[in-house]
Design a protein around this ligand. Sequence first.
Ligand code: ITT
Length: 184
Amino acid sequence: MDVTFVTSNPDKVVEVRRVFREYDIQVRWSRRALPEPQSDRLQDVVAAKLATAARPGRAVVVEDSGLFLDGLRGFPGVYSRYVYDTLGLEGILELLQGKPRRATFRTVAGFRRGRTTRIAVGTVQGTIAPRRKGHNGFGYDPIFVPRGSTRTFAEMEGPEKDRYSHRGRAIRALARKIGSSEKE
Ligand code: ITT
């Protein structure tokens, strides 16, 4: 099966392609920043992205991800992109000084083909490292240490990140849901 993944982020494409491949789902990339509504829920953002991305006769996939920091009462969450672009990793590390370092990464992934819609969520808990470490991955990877590891995502090879990650979990769950919708 072929799906079109609509995202502006090439690093997401690498990860989503790698995970879907295990389910024999091939990914075409449509490079586009979809408009995002003002909402504090990733689910709402994904519903809006799906509505814009939908094309007759085509299977489309979108996703939205966010980092939720316990020490900042869930911030930046849906604003993760804006905060990364403005404060950057050093700004986040500064804000967290003296605060609890627990964090959750969450991805909501959506699929639509015709009238069939499937949504899947993936989360990973972890902590924010005292300083950036590693050069792989993208975004917040150098400061996020998933529970069960002592290394940041940026210190892992891609497939290892996929095993733990919010996106790996969401895309595997979505692939299973797409598979079961095929049989309907
Ligand atoms: P879209 O076009 O798909 O929306 P985006 O990069 O704007 O691409 P998000 O809003 O989902 O995507 O991402 C929010 C921020 O979180 C952004 O700064 C990403 O770099 C970062 N991010 C998302 N997934 C990540 C991951 O797996 N590891 C590290 N940072 C991640």
